[in-house]
Design a protein around this ligand. Structure first.
Ligand code: TLP
Length: 344
């Protein structure tokens, strides 16, 4: 349960991969990639889409395409783009990264955004891009609502900024809120989604936006070594993922709630959120129990959860974890906690 990125391609995906019609995608000649890009562009309500190697690559290409070196971009202080992408926007995009605090729902306050955007002054870089994340990973899989996203877009656009949405788990947000994914992306200038998380495809992300934006983005993808030749092999699984794996995300959300409820009854564990929005559950251990021993105990018990930077712990539900697995996980976590409590 470290991540939904560990999911394997389903039998239907493996069959589609085996049978995929392919061509050289750098020449635009892979029919399966072209089909996937057209399908995703339409699904997200954007003119065009581009298959990239990963969510990280989509995020970097979006920055490269929307900005010039020396510009400033605004991201949340808990953003994946800030924490887990090796500083690529700064290192390769040459932009200044300015942060605004994320609240516990993954939102940035409109006042903070308005205050932090630079006005014209010879000393200042130009603020050109604002980035949102939906669902929000480090904020526990919380979903940004369409109304909130619209308000942010209105403000950013009025101040002359573009808005990019890191929608690595946008379908989790869409399913949890009961709205189509394109509604969440309606007013942003560009959006990316991932095939290889809850949707269970082996590889790939799609960056979507206007035709012009995607034309430039395609060139940056090539610059980054992301021109993948017979990528229909990947795209074929992506098409199956989008057709078969979106609606079932509701099951992962209900398993996450089941897990959270069980964890909240275990002495020594506290959840960091009041509500579980999607498929991510974050929790802490009470200070008298040793995190290192807890983590080791879980590993020995065959339960893998995420743990970085001194906590919190993160458990993610996905299609390879059933509701009875959740009960088993809870029993094992409870046993590890009991052992640690008896030792203190
Ligand atoms: N997140 C991974 C790890 O990098 C932490 C995970 O296990 O959750 N945006 C968001 C919101 C993400 O959560 C991730 C992956 C990415 C982008 C990057 O996607 P990939 O792994 O395809 O580069």
């Amino acid at each position: 349960m470290r991540s939904d990125t560990i999911t394997h391609p389903t039998p239907a995906m493996r069959k589609a991969i085996f049978e995929a019609e392919v061509g050289d995608d750098v020449y635009g000649e892979d029919p399966t990639v072209n089909r996937l890009e057209a399908m995703v562009g339409e699904m997200m309500g954007k003119e065009a889409a581009l298959l990239t190697t990963s969510g990280t690559q989509s995020n970097l290409i979006a920055v490269l395409t929307h900005t010039k070196r020396g510009d400033e971009i605004i991201v949340g202080d808990q953003a994946h783009m800030l924490w887990y992408e090796v500083g690529s926007a700064a290192a390769l995009g040459g932009v200044v990264i300015r942060t605004v605090p994320n609240d516990s729902y993954g939102r940035l306050s409109l006042d903070d955004i308005n205050r932090i955007i630079r006005y014209e002054d010879i000393h200042y870089p130009k603020t050109t891009l604002l980035c949102l994340e939906n669902t929000h990973n480090r904020c526990g899989g919380t979903a940004l609502t369409p109304d909130y996203i619209d308000e942010v877009c209105d403000l950013a656009h009025t101040r002359g900024l573009k808005v990019y949405l890191d929608g690595a788990r946008i379908f989790n947000a869409a399913v949890a809120l009961g709205v189509p994914a394109c509604r969440l992306a309606q007013n942003v200038d560009s959006v990316a989604l991932c095939l290889s998380k809850g949707l269970s495809a082996p590889v790939g992300s799609l960056l979507c936006g206007s035709k012009d934006f995607i034309e430039q983005a395609r060139k940056f993808r090539k610059m980054l070594g992301g021109g993948m030749r017979q990528a229909g092999i990947i795209a074929a699984a992506g098409i199956v993922a989008l057709k078969t794996m979106v609606d079932r995300l509701a099951e992962d959300h209900s398993n996450a709630r089941r897990l959270a409820e069980g964890l909240s009854n275990i002495e020594g564990i506290t959840l960091t959120q009041d509500e579980i929005g999607t498929n991510i559950v974050m929790f802490n251990l009470s200070p008298e129990l040793s995190t290192a021993e807890f983590f080791e105990g879980l590993e020995r018990a065959g339960v893998k959860v995420g743990f970085r930077d001194g906590g919190p712990f993160r458990a993610v539900t996905h299609c390879m974890v059933s509701s009875s697995d959740i009960d088993e996980v809870l029993a094992r976590i409870e046993a590890v906690c009991r052992r640690l409590r008896h030792r203190t």
